[in-house]
Ligand binder design. Structure first.
Ligand SMILES: [Zn+2]
Ligand SMILES: [Zn+2]
Ligand SMILES: [Zn+2]
Length: 296
């Protein structure tokens, strides 16, 4: 029976989650849709948390009564309390999830005409990442992979919410995405957008705004920028140009001049700030490298 409940909850929270993305698009055209986004997100969260505990084998902890096939769940606020009491760290905060519940209650019970509000808008987006992060860290499954094709990078509500989520929940390096130009590119170890990829590979970057990915070491490499000094100069290593040069661009300051790969140590460097040497039709990053080369 639990399996059946779990299956149904999975189907339903996913369809509400999917609709959330449609509503985020709608809100962009018409702020009236905001209240639908709130109600819809609260339902998605409630179904998700019930699913989560059912799958964790804790159905009893969140139900008032189980009678054969019929299950009476506890109130969502109790389920939320149980979640935060049993998780010391999570991808969301109780305050934010409760706020969505309160807003939803005001809309549904009091007929309040909820207007667009930045905080609540951020909480909606953060709730998506809360569900995804919880799902991924516990079961190694992604909730975001089916949304990768969506064009959200110019959606203000989305971009703001993603930024807030990263500010609050992701520690570690962060870059400006070369595709969407938002400051939302992080290492993949924090949050995966594919199923079951190892959590520890710090050499993969993903943009949480447009979901584009970069494989450091395979597609590109990262060096310090010679203008702004940030470690944010991305080099496309798959596409060598003439004279050992490669195309690169700083995601922070947009500097985009060719970099060169040393013939000896294979390091990428900015010819502008290096005293590189030319010998035997090859470039070397330094005199030392040239000397080593000559010795053999
Ligand atoms: Zn991006
Ligand atoms: Zn720079
Ligand atoms: Zn060298």
């Amino acid at each position: 029976m639990e399996e059946k409940i779990q299956e149904e909850l999975y189907e339903s929270f996913n369809s509400f989650l999917k609709f959330t993305f449609e509503l985020i698009e709608q809100v962009k055209q018409d702020k009236e849709y905001f209240k639908f986004a709130v109600v819809n997100m609260q339902i998605a969260l409630e179904l998700f948390s019930k699913y989560y505990f059912t799958r964790m084998g804790k159905l009893e902890a969140i139900t008032k009564k189980i009678n054969g096939d019929s299950v009476i769940f506890k109130d969502f606020s109790q389920v939320l309390n149980f979640f935060f009491n049993s998780h010391h760290w999570s991808y969301g905060t109780k305050k934010e999830l409760k706020y969505i519940l309160e807003l939803r209650n005001a809309i549904v019970h009091k007929g309040s005409n909820t207007h667009f509000d930045d905080d609540a808008a951020n909480f909606i987006i953060k709730s998506i990442f809360f569900m995804h992060g919880t799902m991924y860290s516990q079961f190694g499954e992604s909730l975001l992979k089916s949304f990768r094709g969506l064009d959200l990078k110019t959606n203000k509500m989305w971009v703001q919410g993603v930024n807030q989520f990263i500010d609050d929940h992701i520690r570690g390096d962060r870059w400006v995405c070369l595709d969407c130009e938002n400051y939302t590119m992080v290492t993949k170890e924090f949050i995966e957008v594919e199923d079951n990829t190892p959590f520890t590979d710090i050499d993969e970057l993903v943009c949480l705004c447009c979901f584009s990915e970069l494989l450091i070491g395979t597609d590109c490499t990262l060096i310090d920028c010679y203008k702004c000094y940030e470690n944010s100069y991305f080099i496309n290593i798959l596409n060598p140009q003439r004279d050992q040069q490669y195309i690169g661009r700083c995601s922070e300051c947009d500097t985009s001049t060719l970099v060169r790969k040393c013939n000896e140590c294979e390091r990428y460097y900015h010819p502008y700030e290096s005293n590189d040497s030319f010998f035997n039709n090859s470039y070397f990053c330094s005199n030392e490298c040239l000397e080593i080369y000559k010795e053999y």
